[in-house]
Design a protein. Structure first.
Length: 294
């Protein structure tokens, strides 16, 4: 009943409906006033800020991907962490610029009147293209009883991450993500670790470090007993030097005389073409950080 000030009104669709109430008071004049009735969409989807993103500098801007809002509901972007300037904070697909290196979090909030409000966050992580490539540090040599050392990987700037990976051998790491982690539980042998720097869309780099642990209890080099032969030599001449535990290395050399050494790093190598007279050979053991003997 359009003449009833308290009339009911039916079949209102989602959106805004404006009604004008006019009072005609004859020669005294007329007056009118407007009222708006907003019908909100009860089927409006909850706020969805879109998928997280990763960028690599110099790129510091992007386009957001929030879900659309049915009028009279409204949507609004806000900065939760980091930095960012919106081209249009009410546009679900607005551009955002001025992003800082690190984590930038934005919230898409939908206000849907009596149907309720919802919100969702999206994170845009910006990686630094100036992050140095991975450097695992200088190779190291240790001598038992030392059984631990500190690694010297290159520093990593957030949001990039670093991680140590064993390429050869195994031991205990105080932290696999610390460039200066302590490596302990080392025994005689060779260890190779790789420092992996994951810099997101800017790329991943790696570098290896080798840690050699030498036996501090190893006996000094022994070249074996002297030997005598009568020409023509018909039997095989083999050396009888002391064995060397890796990573130590033993090497034969000729001090005087002449001969052919089949394998100069084999303590039991075969010797041929010996010259007449005294042929003197030296067995030298390089035991790394533990020293050298011959």
């Amino acid at each position: 009943d359009p003449n009833d000030p308290n009339t009911a009104v039916f079949n209102l669709g989602v959106g805004q409906h404006d009604f004008l109430w006019t009072i005609d008071n004859g020669p005294c004049g007329s007056s009118s006033d407007q009222i708006s009735v907003f019908i909100y969409d009860g089927d409006q989807a909850a706020a969805n800020a879109g998928p997280d993103q990763q960028l690599c500098t110099p790129t510091t801007s992007s386009t957001l991907a929030g879900n659309s809002v049915t009028f009279p509901g409204t949507g609004q972007w806000s900065v939760i962490a980091g930095t960012g300037a919106f081209a249009d904070a009410s546009n679900p697909n607005t551009g955002v610029s001025g992003l800082s290196i690190g984590t930038n979090t934005f919230r898409w909030s939908i206000t849907n009147g009596p149907c309720g409000d919802t919100q969702d966050d999206v994170t845009i992580t910006v990686y630094n293209d100036a992050q140095p490539s991975a450097n695992a540090g200088a190779d190291q040599q240790l001598c038992t009883p030392t059984s631990s050392t500190n690694l010297q990987g290159s520093a990593v700037t957030f949001p990039a991450t670093g991680n140590w990976v064993f390429v050869q051998g195994s031991a205990t790491l105080s932290s696999s993500s610390s460039p200066n982690a302590t490596l302990s539980g080392l025994t005689v042998g060779t260890y190779v670790l790789q420092w992996v720097v994951d810099n997101g869309p800017c790329g991943t780099s790696t570098d290896n470090v080798t840690i050699e642990v030498f036996d501090g209890t190893a006996a000094p080099a022994a070249a074996g007993p002297d030997q005598s032969y009568c020409t023509p030599i018909t039997q095989q001449v083999s050396m009888l030097a002391s064995a060397v535990a890796a990573p130590g290395v033993g090497t034969w050399s000729i001090v005087s005389g002449s001969a052919t050494i089949a394998q100069d790093t084999d303590p039991f190598t075969v010797i041929t073409n010996l010259g007449l007279g005294a042929n003197v050979f030296q067995w030298t053991v390089d035991n790394g950080a533990c020293g050298t003997t011959s």
